[in-house]
Design a protein around this ligand. Structure first.
Ligand code: FES
Length: 641
């Protein structure tokens, strides 16, 4: 029987798709290339995929619809896309707050000077063309030229590279730039001309076109790419794109579940990340005026789940106790085996992970911030769905690491009006006698509240005495009203928002943030206790990652997310993992250092640490409000800008 197809139009994006009847609107959106947010992977528990049915049959609301949408909204045809099945041709309005795009993607990070010592170097070679009296093969001819001109011995080239050499050499009159990789080159030495060393030609280009490298921070939310010159270390282009795996679940747990439960799910996740990196490589090369075939070496860092999904490694054991990696070792993989269309022999370097929850991105952050070399007591935090914590101190072990499940609340999920840091997201809140003063991303009318915004809002509610130590909203305080799920604070009335709906902070939102900040606070506390470190002895707290970049330190300290240490001891470093990925790409010494960091790091399992649950429960409370003189919010704002 022929399958009945229904047409779905998405507005105002202007995209359409034909899907079999019964398909969910979320699946249809992803099929049409509409980046509809789905924190929970389409399971109906995040409320992020809200749409309005303009024409067609919205059907009866599901339980999940009733949880996230008011009776008025339901009557007006609003639904969750993941709970709505297409039965007839349908026209759908997608509000901006439900889109992943427009999201602010933090890619800049702490700058580090790295002495360039890449595994791939470019060598210009000129050789005589073949004649009837000189029958050497094309590859032998190039290899002999490299040996004669530069003293390189034992050169090999894979068939994929030979396919590039023969036509290019004839086009360029036997003058080439050869991208040569030395296997077994020891860091800190220059043994390129060592006759015992194996050299591999991984690609060739016309003369004057040297080899480039691509460093990638494969994050759960975004993918940051940096194109660098492998000979000078100069950054030629950098960009960030949303991780398209978001279509299958916005956090690691949802994606691991998708990979485990859906037929072909793991392949789809791997394919999505690989295609995004391949596209990113192409656009970065174009921006730099280079050819993608010049990219002769790649490094990729990511958390252990992203790393495994990208490589197509088994992931089931990552989501089951005792949560171990399939492999945590450094890996070297051919780019073409990962679907990356770069120099034909290009290798992808993946630095080691520490554990199932502390990945190579954390190792890269340690490299970039120099935490492993610190001669002081320093804590490094990368706050996200999972928060990684590193503590370094003089002595051994120099580095201790832990990871806590802080959940997606800091990314706007599970928050009634939560969203990512996209256009119109409230990112700053000040409560004044005349009401809430809001700061939004790109100064657009507010459409929701992002992670840094909800932290500031709650800090302000605490300072104003509207929320008590246990996190309860005071029902009779100005601005607090009884909403459909209990007390809520009106942050922006419908008339002032870009959605025509009130934006509120609910009691449930506060509880979500209490859970998230409690996990981080308890995690830091356990790491300090396990290492016998006095909290007051912490000389420096390094806050890395996109959320940490825009976080108001004053607010974060006031709600107990960050330790209450003097402002001057904090450093916000942006995307340090990306900087670490570049270091690994450019320097064999840094590659070796990454290996040592992962090997020497002591992993602390928080959940089995004595008293962790009690500590976690205590950590959910808010600290006492400081005296007015202690708080200097304007300093924090200046820092961020
Ligand atoms: Fe629909 Fe989460 S509720 S994707």
């Amino acid at each position: 029987m022929p399958v009945e197809l229904c047409r779905v139009d998405f507005e105002p994006i202007g995209m359409r798709v034909d899907v079999p009847a019964g398909t969910t609107l979320l699946e249809a959106a992803h099929g049409a290339g509409v980046e509809l947010a789905s924190v929970c992977g389409g399971h109906g528990w995040c409320g992020r995929c809200r749409v309005a049915i303009l024409a067609g049959d919205a059907g009866a609301p599901a339980d999940a619809d009733r949880r996230y949408l008011s009776p008025d909204e339901l009557a007006a045809g609003r639904r969750l896309a993941c709970r709505t099945h297409v039965a007839v041709d349908t026209r759908v309005h997608v509000p901006r707050a439900s889109l992943v795009t427009g999201q602010r993607l933090q890619i800049g990070g702490v700058a580090r000077d790295v002495a360039v010592e890449a595994a791939v170097r470019g060598w210009e070679v000129e050789t005589a063309p073949p004649t009837l009296t000189d029958h050497r093969s094309d590859v032998d001819r190039v290899a002999d030229g490299l040996h004669t001109a530069h003293g390189l011995g034992r050169l090999t080239a894979e068939p994929a590279v030979v396919r590039q050499i023969s036509p290019l050499a004839r086009r360029t009159g036997w003058r080439l730039a050869a991208y040569v990789r030395a296997a077994g080159l020891r860091p800190g030495s220059d043994h390129w001309r060592d006759h015992e060393l194996d050299h591999e030609i991984v690609g060739v280009g016309p003369p004057g076109r040297g080899p480039l490298g691509l460093a990638v921070d494969l994050g759960t939310t975004k993918i940051a790419g940096y194109l660098v010159d492998l000979e000078t270390g100069a950054e030629l282009a950098a960009a960030g794109v949303p991780n398209p795996q978001i279509a299958y679940g916005e956090d690691v747990i949802a994606r691991l579940a998708y990979a485990a439960r859906q037929a072909g799910g793991a392949d789809r996740l791997a394919g999505a990340a690989r295609a995004a990196i391949d596209d990113l490589a192409g656009s970065l090369a174009e921006e730099a005026g280079a050819a993608r075939e010049q990219i002769a070496e790649v490094s990729v860092v990511g958390n252990t789940a992203m790393h495994h999904l990208f490589l197509g490694l088994p992931t089931r054991q990552l989501s089951m106790s005792p949560f171990v990696a399939a492999t945590a070792r450094p890996l070297d993989v051919r780019a073409r085996d990962l679907g990356l269309d770069l120099a034909p022999g290009c290798h992808v370097q993946l630095p080691p992970c520490v554990s199932g929850f502390v990945g190579a991105d954390h190792v890269a952050m340690v490299l970039a911030t120099g935490l492993d070399r610190a001669d002081r007591v320093a804590v490094g935090l990368d706050i996200g769905t999972n928060t990684e914590i590193a503590l370094c101190r003089p002595g051994r072990p120099a580095l201790s690491c832990a990871s806590c499940a802080s959940g997606p609340a800091f990314e706007g999920a599970h928050i009634r009006d939560g969203m990512r840091a996209a256009t119109g997201a409230i990112e700053g809140v000040r409560l004044t006698a005349r009401g809430a003063v809001l700061r939004t991303v790109r100064d657009a009318p507010p459409v929701g509240i992002c992670g840094s915004g909800i932290v500031e809002a709650i800090a302000e509610l605490r300072r104003g005495g509207l929320v008590d130590e246990r996190g309860r909203l005071c029902r009779d305080a100005p601005g607090v009203r009884l909403g459909r799920d209990g007390p809520e604070f009106l942050l922006a009335p419908a008339a002032d928002t870009g959605t025509g709906r009130d934006i509120v902070v609910t009691q449930g939102d506060i509880e979500e943030i209490q859970l998230a900040k409690g996990a981080v606070h308890a995690g830091v506390g356990v790491v300090l206790e396990a290492t016998g470190t006095d909290p007051a002895a912490v000389d420096e707290v390094i806050v890395a990652g996109a959320f940490g970049t825009y976080l108001d330190l004053g607010g974060a300290r006031d709600i107990g997310l960050l330790p209450r240490l003097p402002h001057a001891r904090y450093r916000q470093v942006g995307n340090a993992a990306g900087s670490g990925a570049k270091a690994v790409l450019l320097s064999l010494q840094e590659r070796d250092r990454a290996r040592r960091v992962a090997l020497d790091a002591r992993y602390i399992e928080l959940t089995t640490f004595p008293g962790f649950q009690r500590r976690f429960a205590h950590s959910m409370w808010f600290p006492a409000v400081r005296g007015a003189g202690d708080h200097r919010p304007s300093d924090d704002h200046r820092d961020r800008e």
